[in-house]
Design a protein around this ligand. Structure first.
Ligand SMILES: Nc1ncnc2c1ncn2[C@@H]1O[C@H](COP(=O)(O)OP(=O)(O)O)[C@@H](O)[C@H]1O
Ligand SMILES: [Mg+2]
Length: 622
C-alpha cells in the first residue's frame, strides 16, 4: 500500500532524484564511518586494553589472542585495524586509536551535515512544488468542486496536508534507505562476534516490528480523523472571519465560539487518542528491547561460561546491539509517521487526480462570434439536488439584443447563465454556438466571449486600476479610465485618496456596494466581450446607486448583446425580449408590451405587484 503511495508520489519527487541520491549517499557514508569505529573497537579491546602482566613496561609490544570459531572470519578485519594501530609501544597505539576515533567521528559528522542539508533543501523544493501543483490543479477544477466543499477544508489541503506529506513521507525516504544500511552494517558486526546470539536478537526484532505495525494501522485511522478536524476548525474560523458582520449583528459571537470550541474539543480528543497510541509505541518498543537485551545477556553469559566467546566480546556485542536499537526504533517510529503521511497524501491525490466536471474542449472560440447562441432542449440537475433546476429550455440569444430573464427567485435564471458560460454542462440537450456544441470549445477562449457582473462583486487586494484591468493586464491607463467612465465609476475613483492607485479588496479601502458594482462593470467592459451578462447586478443597491449603475448599464447595452437578469422589472422594460423563468422552464417570452397583454400571465402579475409596492413606497423591500 505504502509502495503504491510512493509510486504515485514519484512524479513529484522525480526532479529531485539526483539530489536525493546524493543526500542518501552522504548518509550511507556517514553510517559506514559510524560502524567503522565499532569494528575498530574489537582489536582495541582485544589488544591494547587487555591487562598486562605485572611488571611489563608500557612500551613493550602488544600480544593478541583471538578465538577462531566464528561465523565470519574477523581475523582479516582485525588484522587490518591492527596493522593501523599496533605500534611498538602501547602508548603510541593508544594515541593512534584516539586520533582514529576522533577523525572518523568528525568525518561522520561532516557527511551527516551535508546529507541533512541537501535533504532539507530537497524537501523545501518539494513542498513548494506540491503546493503549487495542488493550487494550480484546484484552479482548473469546475465550480461545483468548490461549492460542494468547505473552503477551510480546501485551504487545509494546501497548507497542512502538504506539510504533513513532506514531514512524513518525503523526509522518511532517506531514513528508509539509510537506516536499513546502518542496520545491515551493525548486523554484520553482531554476526561476526556471535552468530547464535545474533539469531536470537533477530527473532526479537521481528516480533517487535510486527507489534509496531499493528499500532501503525490505528494511527492511520486516527490521523485521518485529526486532519479532517483541522479542516473543520479552519472552516469555522473562516466563516466567522468572513461573515463577521452577520455574526455580530445577530449577536452570535457566543454561538460561533461554542461551535469553534466544539470542533477544537473534538480535535483535541482525537489528537489525544492519536498521541496516546503514538507515544505508546516508543515505550513498548523499548520494553521489548530491554527484555531482549536481558535475554541476550543471559544467553551470552552462558556462551562466555562455555568458552566460545570472552567477556570483552560479549560487552561489544551488547554495545553494538544497543546502538542497533537506534535504527530499529527510528524505523518503527517511521511506520506510524508514514501512515500519518499516507492519510495526508490521499487527501492531496484526491485533488491532484480529480477531474473537472466541465471538460475542456479543443475548438478555440473566435473572438467575434456569429449569433444566435441556441439552447436546445437543455436540462440540468445539480449533482446534490433531486430535481432538475432547468427543465427543457429552448432559447435563442440573438445579435445585439438585450434579453432579460425575470421570474421568481429559485426559478433557474442564474443556472441558465451559468450553463451559458459553462460553469456547468447541461445534463441533457445542448447549447449551440456557431453550429457546435458548447462542450467542444476551449473553456478559456469561450469565457472570453462573456463579461459577467453579478450581485456580489469580488475586488482583489490590488489597486483599483488593476482590479478594472483584471484579466487584461496590458490595458493602458486611458483604456481603464474610459471603461470606468462608461461604468459611472470615474468620478468617485478620482475622489479616492490615491485615485486609481488606491488599494481595494479585503484589506483595502472600504467602498459602497454601488461603487464596487460600478468597478465590476468597468472590469467587464474593459474586457469588451461580445456578450455581457448582468445577474441581478443592481439588486443589492440603494435607489441612488441603482440609478447610477442602471444608467451605466443602459448606456452599455446599446449595440451590444446582453443577458440581463433583473429582480426589479422596472429596470428591464426596454429589453428587446423578456423571458419569464419559473421552476426551470421559460413560461412566457416576448416584449414588455406583449407580456403585459397576457391576461393573468406571470409577468403581468409580478409587474403589478411591484408597481403597487412601488407606489406604496415599498420598492426597496421587494
Ligand atoms: N450550487 C447549487 N447546488 C444545488 N442546487 C442549486 C445550486 N444553485 C442553485 N440551486 C437550485 O437550483 C434552482 C435554481 O436556482 P437559481 O438558478 O439560482 O435560481 P434564480 O437565479 O432564478 O434565483 C433552485 O432551486 C436552487 O435551489
Ligand atoms: Mg439568481
Amino acid at each position: 500500500m505504502l509502495l503504491k503511495l510512493y509510486t504515485r508520489l514519484l512524479p513529484y519527487i522525480k526532479p529531485y532524484r539526483g539530489r536525493m541520491l546524493l543526500a542518501t549517499l552522504l548518509n550511507v557514508v556517514s553510517s559506514f564511518l559510524n560502524v567503522m569505529v565499532f569494528m575498530a573497537i574489537i582489536p582495541i579491546v582485544q589488544t591494547v586494553l587487555t591487562p598486562i602482566p605485572h611488571g611489563t613496561p608500557a612500551s613493550s609490544p602488544v600480544t593478541t589472542r583471538l578465538p577462531s570459531n566464528k561465523l565470519i572470519d574477523q581475523q582479516s578485519i582485525v588484522d587490518f585495524f591492527k596493522s593501523l594501530f599496533i605500534s611498538t609501544s602501547r602508548e603510541e597505539s593508544l594515541l593512534k586509536i584516539c586520533a582514529f576515533i576522533f577523525i572518523v567521528f568528525a568525518l561522520k559528522n561532516i557527511f551527516s551535515y551535508f546529507s541533512g542539508y541537501v535533504m532539507t533543501v530537497v524537501e523545501g523544493g518539494l513542498v513548494k512544488d506540491l503546493r503549487d501543483k495542488v493550487f494550480a490543479k484546484l484552479s482548473t477544477l469546475s465550480i461545483d468542486y468548490f461549492y460542494d466543499r468547505k473552503a477551510g477544508q480546501l485551504l487545509s489541503r494546501v497548507t497542512n496536508d502538504v506539510n504533513t506529506v513532506n514531514s512524513t513521507l518525503v523526509s522518511s525516504i532517506m531514513t528508509l534507505v539509510g537506516q536499513p544500511i546502518q542496520l545491515g552494517l551493525y548486523l554484520f558486526v553482531l554476526f561476526s562476534i556471535n552468530a547464535k546470539l545474533s539469531v536470537i536478537s533477530f527473532a526479537i526484532a521481528i516480533g517487535s516490528m510486527w507489534l509496531i505495525n499493528f499500532f501503525g494501522k490505528s494511527i492511520k485511522r486516527m490521523s485521518h480523523r485529526v486532519q479532517k478536524n483541522q479542516g473543520d476548525i479552519l472552516a469555522i474560523a473562516q466563516e466567522m472571519i468572513g461573515g463577521v458582520k452577520v455574526v455580530k449583528s445577530f449577536g452570535m459571537e457566543h454561538y460561533e465560539v461554542s461551535r469553534f470550541k466544539e470542533e477544537t474539543r473534538v480535535h483535541y480528543q482525537s489528537a489525544k487518542r492519536l498521541a496516546r497510541i503514538r507515544q505508546f509505541i516508543g515505550p513498548v518498543n523499548e520494553t521489548l528491547a530491554v527484555a531482549g537485551f536481558v535475554g541476550i545477556l543471559y544467553f551470552g553469559g552462558h556462551e562466555v561460561f562455555a568458552g566460545s566467546m570472552d567477556g570483552g566480546e560479549l560487552f561489544l556485542f551488547l554495545l553494538a546491539l544497543i546502538t542497533l536499537m537506534q535504527p530499529v526504533r527510528t524505523l518503527s517510529e517511521l511506520n506510524g509517521r508514514l501512515h500519518e503521511g499516507a492519510a495526508a497524501a490521499e487527501n492531496l491525490f484526491a485533488i491532484l487526480e480529480a477531474n473537472p466536471t466541465v471538460a475542456n474542449g479543443e475548438v478555440i472560440a473566435p473572438a467575434a462570434i456569429s449569433f444566435p447562441i441556441r439552447f436546445e432542449h437543455v436540462e440540468f440537475m445539480y449533482s446534490t439536488a433531486t430535481d432538475s433546476a432547468i427543465k427543457g429550455i429552448d432559447l435563442e440569444i440573438r445579435p445585439n439584443e438585450v434579453l432579460a430573464l425575470v421570474g421568481p427567485s429559485g426559478g433557474g435564471k442564474t443556472t441558465l447563465v451559468d450553463l451559458l458560460v459553462r460553469f456547468y454542462d447541461p445534463s441533457m440537450g445542448r447549447i449551440v454556438l456557431e453550429g457546435r456544441d458548447l462542450k467542444d470549445y476551449d473553456l478559456n477562449s469561450l469565457r472570453k466571449l462573456f463579461g459577467i457582473v453579478t450581485q456580489d462583486t469580488v475586488l482583489f487586494h490590488d489597486t483599483i486600476a488593476n482590479n478594472i484591468a483584471y484579466g487584461n493586464r496590458n490595458a493602458s491607463k486611458a483604456m481603464i479610465e474610459e471603461a470606468a467612465n462608461a461604468a459611472n465609476a470615474h468620478s468617485f475613483i478620482t475622489e479616492l485618496p490615491q485615485g486609481y492607485e488606491t488599494i481595494a479588496g479585503d484589506r483595502g479601502v472600504r467602498m459602497s456596494g454601488g461603487q464596487r458594482q460600478r468597478i465590476a462593470i468597468a472590469r467587464a467592459l474593459l474586457k469588451n466581450p461580445p456578450i455581457l451578462i448582468f445577474d441581478e447586478a443592481t439588486s443589492a443597491l440603494d435607489t441612488e446607486n441603482e440609478m447610477l449603475v442602471q444608467e451605466a448599464i443602459e448606456r452599455l447595452l446599446k449595440l451590444r448583446t446582453a443577458v440581463v437578469i433583473a429582480h426589479r422589472l422596472s429596470t428591464i422594460q426596454q429589453a428587446d425580449r423578456i423571458a419569464v423563468v419559473n421552476n426551470g422552464r421559460i413560461v412566457e417570452l416576448g416584449s414588455h408590451d406583449e407580456l403585459m397583454s397576457y391576461k393573468d400571465g406571470l409577468y403581468q402579475r409580478l409587474f403589478s405587484i411591484q408597481t403597487r409596492a412601488a407606489s406604496e413606497g415599498l420598492v426597496s423591500t421587494l
